[in-house]
Design a protein around this ligand. Structure first.
Ligand code: ADP
Ligand code: ADP
Length: 225
């Protein structure tokens, strides 16, 4: 079963203007249950655009996005938001944690927004923090955490509502190489441990080699490696 299916996705910016950029030119991609796909692309190739379309944060000019078998074509914002909240987790290069809340609270809040009780949300948040090795940092605010710890919290937040699909845009791109390796290993443990499907964009070919499949975004099209 496909958790994500993209068919014939196209996207241009500034369509019709002299500075038109055809970023995506017919993207087909299937990601199966538990499959972890590396998305490798040079800067400016359209990685972020592709991940935003796959995660229902942006709409394609043409083509079909299916998430857990649901065709999202022509669906309204409410439906798209509901599917995004329940089925998709996002991780960015920067953690984007809320600065005035603790690590634990940052993982609890999206669960409360999803209707989970406070006690259950806190238990799940604590368990996720434990799985990425920072259970003892639960009460720290983001500013009191290292860069690697901040990203680990962001991973936990992305998984808080039990998504089926994880989309990550250079999740360790801001970290120094040593930290990056450890934090990436923590992310892979988390993904493998939950049987999650994932598309993880990275420039790092060593990290890409540890995933199930590598695809390259080149001149607006996907090429399998
Ligand atoms: P890359 O790492 O290949 O440069 P990114 O998608 O990370 O690709 O970045 C694309 C552009 O967006 C870059 O110019 C980068 O500086 C900028 N950018 C990336 N992340 C952020 C962010 N969180 N806020 C503002 N600008 C960003
Ligand atoms: P990547 O994540 O691979 O760095 P992006 O998807 O961020 O690439 O951007 C792909 C191309 O589209 C780049 O040339 C970028 O400048 C351009 N682009 C991205 N967002 C916009 C936008 N909102 N308006 C115009 N051009 C954009």
């Amino acid at each position: 079963e496909n958790v994500l299916r993209l068919s014939g996705i196209t996207k241009a910016y500034n369509r019709g203007a002299p500075n038109e950029v055809n970023v995506l030119r017919g993207i087909d991609l299937d990601v199966g249950t538990g499959e972890v796909v590396a998305l490798v692309a040079p800067s400016g190739a359209g990685k972020s655009t592709l991940l935003h379309i796959a995660g229902l944060l942006d709409t394609p000019d043409a083509g079909k996005v299916e998430i857990t078998g649901q065709d999202m074509t022509g669906r309204g914002d409410r439906k798209r938001t509901r599917v995004r909240r329940s089925d998709v987790g996002f991780i960015y290069q920067f953690h984007h944690l809320l600065p005035e809340f603790s690590a634990l609270e940052n993982i609890v809040l999206p669960q409360l927004a999803n209707g989970v009780s406070k006690a259950a949300a806190e238990a799940r948040a604590q368990e996720l923090l434990d799985r990425v090795g920072i259970a003892d940092r639960a009460d720290h605010r983001p500013a009191a955490l290292s860069g690697g710890e901040q990203q680990r919290v962001a991973f936990c937040r992305a998984l808080a509502n039990g998504p089926k699909l994880l989309l990550a845009d250079e999740p360790t791109g801001n970290l120094d190489p040593g930290t990056s390796d450890q934090v990436f290993a923590a992310l892979m443990d988390l993904v493998r441990g939950t049987g999650l499907s994932a598309v993880i964009a990275t420039h790092n070919l060593d990290l890409a080699a540890r995933m199930d499949r590598q695809i390259r975004l080149d001149a607006g099209q996907l090429v399998a490696d």
